[in-house]
Design a protein around this ligand. Sequence first.
Ligand SMILES: Cc1ncc(C[n+]2csc(CCOP(=O)(O)OP(=O)(O)O)c2C)c(N)n1
Length: 348
Amino acid sequence: MALAREAEPVGSLHEIREAGLARDDLLTIYRHLLVTRGVEERGHILYRQGKIPGSFYTGRGNEAAAVGVATAMGPHDVGAPLHRDMGVQIVRGVEPWRIFANYMGRAGGPAKGKDGNVHMADDHLGLIAMVSHLPAVMPVAVGCALAFRIREEARVAVTWFGDGASARGDTHEAMNFAGVRRLPVVFVCDNNHWAYSTPSHLEYACDRIADRAQAYGFEGVVVDGTDVLAVYREAGRAIEKARAGGGPTLLECETMRMEGHAAHDDASYVPREMLEAWAERDPIDRFRAWLREHAGLTEGEEDDLRSDVKRLLEDAVRRAEESPLPEPETALEGVYAEPGELDVLHFP
Ligand SMILES: Cc1ncc(C[n+]2csc(CCOP(=O)(O)OP(=O)(O)O)c2C)c(N)n1
């Protein structure tokens, strides 16, 4: 029996207005979804052209989960998104050209050419860089939440992890400590049903990963991660609850990894019927249909939006390719934070 609360879908425009979103905000969310997918599609082309070293990851299928949560964050909150959460980078304001530059190891990327793919962060936008040992970032986000508590700042930390990462010790330690101290942190699980080639039933034995929240002393919620508005509403509730002193929430976004683990993986171990069923619930198609039905999205508006995004991405690729590779003598710059950088609010 599941212990976590199962979130309802969002029905009407009225309901979403109550949750604080005007029509323009809805169009911005749609734009963010399109940019998120567009960045990853363009990136994949650059990868195939041999312009991106290393590997290439996408979050196809997870766009609504990432964009929905990030839209609910406040400007001074911090987030630690992972490799399926490009939408968080986009919503927080990382310009696409800098993402392409990061992919290509150029000096203009957030990692300034010192790291590649989605290993990037802009601390001025409240973003913490991911590392490959995925849930290792969760105690870091909990540490941010503890700092907010000690400094009496009304800020919240949001930290993402996958179904596979949920089995690691760092996840337990982060959630236990956050629960004990009732810290202002939201744990977001992107449950995309696969951890590389390992399916859910070989990863955890409870019904829902969010069921575990009860054992840590806080609320667990499961939301359809392909429904951007439901994700926004539930993330908003969790974030504002944390800000008000109500402690952590574990929000499990149910999604599907629609592509291989990374570009080198054809995901032949994933049943085709499973992919076909989830393709029917494509998050961008779903939101477009909702906007047409409930917010009067017209074809003209959609065309304008799409050509605007296309232009943005073309300019972004051009600008990233113009960005130089880093100079060797900059290798040690920015590796450690300077004391003066440690204690500043974002968006000062
Ligand atoms: C400690 C550790 N073990 C293995 C890996 C290799 N690895 C990277 S991502 C991944 C799967 C992670 O699965 P999940 O947490 O469900 O996230 P997903 O990739 O499905 O979004 C693996 C095995 C790693 N990066 N770190």
